[in-house]
Design a binder for this molecule. Structure first.
Ligand code: SF4
Length: 257
């Protein structure tokens, strides 16, 4: 099924005022239609649909473990914004990866760095040091969830690199989802890809890779909450290791699909 079958997004709010529906209602209906029409589509088709439907009101996010999704977006939807959440706790290698992406994809991907309301020092002064070890949910909320929500004010839809094979919690990730918290269309173009698909794309397209990956970090987040993964563990076993937490809260799977 191709993207042409999904109606493009009409230009903005006024049509909904008289019809009794809101822009969010329209976005959700769009997500529901696209969810079944694009479920089996390859990533390039999903990204092209997003670009044609939302134009510059479509953005992509990335953990910057690799630049696979970024490369696909640069090819299928050049000019798209990449939202980078700079939590203040990233590994130096991840910040270096952000800079490498910016240099490599200049003119095709616009890197938009988003920061929390408070620096780490300000948060430490207000809530005490090492909030990540005492209350990681609040730390993630303040340093990831709130900043992303604020950043998405400028967009109707956003994409992430979530894949079903990353962990049991992500096994039902739909290709197109409804992000109810942010009231945005959420795309997971790589949802059906496996690690082997990712590795193939990296080698065949000479894709940037975070050096931490070769050092045993198969899923990369903030430095205090990420460890290397041992053979046999799932990719995300090194995130918040030793706690029951498995997700930062940015990706709440379970919209329309
Ligand atoms: S991953 Fe850890 S350091 Fe980063 S925002 Fe969440 S709790 Fe805080």
């Amino acid at each position: 099924m191709t993207a042409e079958l999904v109606a493009p997004m009409p230009v903005y709010a006024s049509p909904y005022a008289s019809s009794g529906t809101t822009l969010a209602d329209h976005r959700e209906a769009l997500a529901r239609r696209a969810a079944w029409r694009l479920e089996d589509a390859p990533p390039e088709i999903v990204i092209r649909w997003a670009a044609r439907t939302f134009g510059h009101r479509f953005a992509v996010t990335s953990s910057l473990a690799d630049a696979v999704l970024i490369d696909l977006v640069a090819r299928a939807a050049p000019g798209t914004d990449l939202i980078f959440l700079d939590t203040g706790y990233h590994f130096p290698e991840t910040l270096g990866m952000r800079d490498a992406v910016e240099a490599t994809y200049r003119g095709r991907i616009n890197v938009v760095t988003v920061t929390p309301d408070q620096t780490v020092a300000e948060q430490d002064a207000a809530l005490g040091a090492r909030l990540f070890s005492r209350d990681p949910d609040t730390c993630c909320f303040l340093r990831k969830v709130v900043p992303l929500g604020r950043a998405l004010d400028g967009y109707d839809a956003w994409a992430s690199g979530l894949r079903r094979d990353e962990s049991p919690a992500r096994a039902i990730t739909p290709v197109v989802d409804w992000d109810a918290r942010n009231q945005r269309v959420k795309l997971n173009p790589l949802a059906r890809w496996t690690q082997a698909d990712v590795d193939d794309y990296i080698s065949s397209h000479d894709i940037l890779l975070n050096t931490l990956v070769q050092d045993g970090f198969r899923s990369i987040g903030c430095a205090p909450c990420t460890r290397r993964v041992a053979p046999g563990e799932d990719d995300r076993a090194g995130r918040w290791s030793g706690t029951s937490k498995t997700e930062c809260g940015l990706h709440l799977v379970g919209g329309p699909a």
